[in-house]
Design a protein around this ligand. Structure first.
Ligand code: ATP
Ligand code: MG
Length: 332
């Protein structure tokens, strides 16, 4: 089977609907045809402001939501990044072939650096994409399903793989990003031109997978729209309504025109009520499964440990090859 790698940061108590539609739904479908590695990238989340006491719990919660959304830990390798030390070890090697200017061109770094300010912008935030490249390359990955916000990072990963291969000899498979066109980007409900994010400054426009259903319904009813009053897809002039249509279509598997037809001549209130029902019905069972899994953290930790062992076996093989190729002396 070809290999697949993807991951998410445990940067919040709950995942948001963009993570669910843009990533988890694809992962769930792809895990059948691929030898899939899904990681909770806790080392990455040290690059943004966080609370150490909460991070551990967020890591468990993120893993529980993967499983609740349908990732099967007996089929896919679902593990915690920091449990496999080869990740930061390979990242160090890759950082030595990454250009300083090249890393500086990453738009996510520029965005986050601006948001965090000079004092909270660390070297770790700068080298974040290099660690992500290590994550992917360790597993000789064929495809990386991500939202389009991560496309630039996967391109850097490809460049680093090709550079390493040409400098030191064939070592890494060069991975392909897989980006679901229509659902690549879910936008914030209050600011429908900004990507919805776990770490958004305001929660008012974020739909959380683990929130009480009534809370999410209320946020949908309050979503920013426009004054035209017709349920019609038009990214340019109707970003709010278009975003809601994309969410509706993604969760129901329906085409946007069929949803437009259903709500033709009806107001935004009806449309939002319909969408709230769709979201609540979809999230309800996922939320319940996640909460059940979190009731038994020892069992969850055991599953993660078994999977870390599987991941480590593959990762260590690649790392040993890399150490040889770059000329590090083998420990006798
Ligand atoms: P953070 O704010 O901590 O960066 P995030 O919500 O952007 O959180 P990540 O952990 O960075 O989430 O990304 C996890 C996965 O979810 C990635 O594949 C990413 O492309 C995807 N993703 C994140 N936000 C969205 C979104 N708004 N729409 C579609 N996909 C998304
Ligand atoms: Mg992100």
């Amino acid at each position: 089977k070809p290999r697949l790698y993807s991951g998410m940061q445990p940067s919040a108590d709950s995942l948001q609907i963009g993570n669910y539609i843009g990533a988890l739904m694809q992962w769930r479908d792809l895990q059948e045809a691929y030898d899939a590695y899904f990681s909770v990238v806790d080392l990455h989340s040290l690059t943004q402001p966080y609370d150490p006491a909460e991070l551990r719990e967020k890591t468990r919660r993120t893993a529980a939501q993967y499983i609740a959304a349908g990732i099967e830990p007996s089929k896919s390798t679902l593990y915690v990044q920091s449990h496999v030390p080869a990740h930061p070890e390979l990242a160090w090697i890759l950082s030595t072939i990454t250009g300083y200017g090249e890393a500086g061109r990453m738009t996510q770094f520029k965005d986050k650096a601006q948001r965090f300010g000079a004092d909270a912008t660390s070297v770790g935030l700068f080298t974040y994409p290099v660690l992500m490249a290590a994550d992917i390359l360790l597993y000789q990955t064929d495809i990386v399903p991500v939202g389009d916000d991560q496309k630039q990072h996967v391109e850097l990963t490809r460049d680093l793989a090709e550079r390493f291969n040409s400098r030191f000899g064939e070592t890494f498979k060069v991975p392909m990003p897989v980006i679901q066109r229509d659902t690549a980007r879910i936008f914030d409900l209050q600011n429908p031109v900004a990507k919805m994010s776990k770490s958004a400054e305001s929660e008012a426009g974020v739909l959380w997978l683990l929130d009480e259903p009534a809370k999410n319904a209320k946020k949908i009813m309050r979503a920013v729209t426009d004054s035209e009053g017709s349920v019609r897809y038009d990214r340019e002039s109707k970003p709010g309504v278009s975003n809601l249509l994309v969410i509706y279509a993604a969760l129901t598997g329906r085409q946007i025109p069929s949803i437009e037809d259903e709500y033709a001549g009806r107001g935004y209130g009806d449309f939002k009520k319909g969408l709230a029902e769709v979201v609540v019905n979809e999230f309800g069972p996922v939320r319940q499964r996640a909460l059940d899994l979190l009731d038994d953290p020892a069992e969850l930790d055991r599953v993660l440990a078994v999977n870390a062992g599987k991941a480590e076996a593959i990762a260590n093989r690649t790392l040993a090859d890399v150490y040889d190729k770059v000329g590090l002396l083998r420990r006798a």
